[in-house]
Design a protein around this ligand. Structure first.
Ligand SMILES: NC(=O)c1ccc[n+]([C@@H]2O[C@H](COP(=O)([O-])OP(=O)(O)OC[C@H]3O[C@@H](n4cnc5c(N)ncnc54)[C@H](O)[C@@H]3O)[C@@H](O)[C@H]2O)c1
Length: 325
């Protein structure tokens, strides 16, 4: 029997705090050699792109594959969203598919969780901190939720080129996070925060790296293609650069690939994988004034760990529909 979990089922069982804990374990496994993480495979049918993201975490017993499609014309042609994701979870002992679950909400939470883990290890830890958020979409909401799970956050300032998106952001989070959330009027207002999350669809840098305060930690999660970047060369050069994976960063992240190609940095500027920081192989923040960047491209180990967590919780809470496939 396989368990089918809808978006609502996933939302019912998945919390940011639990997700951060399993994603941290997944990064640890990636450093300890017990994770299998092939590069994502892409197939491009005429109208879109279909990505296959498999992973296995031995210690966690999580074997999964996420299928994500991006079809730009879906809303107008098919009355469907641009991005659709589903996760297939298997029993690693038998190979049997034990669960198929919606992957939309799961992706947003696991992406937030990776930034949560990075922030836990890299950001300064002070009372009543402010978070600055660039972008006010779904991902941005989960970035903020993750920051609140790992630091004492008092206030968030959100900036987006769309006023509508900012209003929706503030409205959607009303009553959910016990903090003050305000709209930022200028880019520089966001840069006064000690933790910054960039979660936009912008292909060009969001701010001038010279304007970032010493001691800032930045989670850069958007625009992960070789030709697009949210972070300029100046801020990359001023920072200790940590990525979710060296391989993903040098194949997918314009934030580091563009300055590298221009000869403005060398590969050695990449300081560590997040797994190395979690495992203690490399030191995270060393001084109060250091600027740290966590570049997130999104790894299948995050999906596998989160899918296993969701499945276990759903079984425990008797949620979902069982069917014979
Ligand atoms: N790293 C990961 O694991 C991961 C996972 C999922 C999505 N993403 C990426 O996260 C980003 C956000 O995703 P989403 O689903 O929230 O998208 P979205 O389209 O819902 O939101 C993006 C927001 O960015 C805003 N924006 C664009 N340019 C801007 C600028 N210059 N300044 C401020 N705001 C700007 C847009 O107006 C929009 O509101 C995308 O780039 C997506 O590819 C990353």
């Amino acid at each position: 029997m396989a368990l089918i979990l809808t978006r609502q089922d996933v939302m019912q069982v998945l919390t940011m705090k639990d997700c951060i804990a399993v994603v941290e374990q997944a990064f640890l496994e990636s450093d300890q050699g017990t994770a299998v993480l092939p590069l994502r495979t892409a197939i491009t049918p005429e109208d879109g792109i279909s990505l296959y993201m498999p992973a296995f975490l031995k210690n966690m017993g999580a074997l999964a594959c996420k299928v994500v499609t991006v079809y730009k014309d879906n809303p107008k042609k098919q009355n469907l969203p641009v991005t659709i994701g589903k996760v297939l979870l298997q029993n690693p002992d038998s190979g049997e598919v034990i669960c198929i679950m919606d992957g939309g909400y799961l992706t947003a939470v696991r992406t937030g969780a990776a930034s949560g883990v990075a922030t836990k290890y890299l950001a300064n830890d002070e009372p009543k901190m402010t978070v600055g958020i660039f972008g006010a979409g779904v991902q941005a909401q989960m970035q903020l939720a993750a920051m609140c799970a790992v630091r004492d956050i008092q206030k968030a300032i959100v900036y987006d080129i769309s006023e509508n998106a900012i209003n929706n952001f503030i409205e959607s989070l009303k009553g959910k996070l016990d903090i003050e959330i305000i709209a930022g009027k200028t880019v520089n207002e966001i840069l006064q925060a000690s933790i910054i999350c960039t979660a936009t669809s912008s292909a060009t840098p969001l701010f001038n790296g010279n304007d970032v305060k010493p001691g800032t930690h930045i989670n850069g999660i958007g625009s992960h293609t070789p030709y697009a970047r949210e972070l300029d060369t100046v801020i990359v050069k001023r920072s200790k650069f940590i990525g979710d994976s060296r391989e993903a960063c040098f194949n997918e992240a314009g934030d580091i690939m563009i300055p590298l190609k221009a000869g403005e940095i060398t590969e050695s500027h990449f300081y560590a994988d997040l797994g190395q920081i979690v495992a203690g192989v490399k030191t995270g923040r060393e001084t109060k004034d250091e600027i740290t960047i966590f570049k997130s491209n999104g790894l299948a180990i995050q999906d596998a760990a989160t899918a296993k967590l969701v499945y276990d919780k759903a079984v425990e809470m008797n949620i979902g529909t069982k069917i014979e496939l």
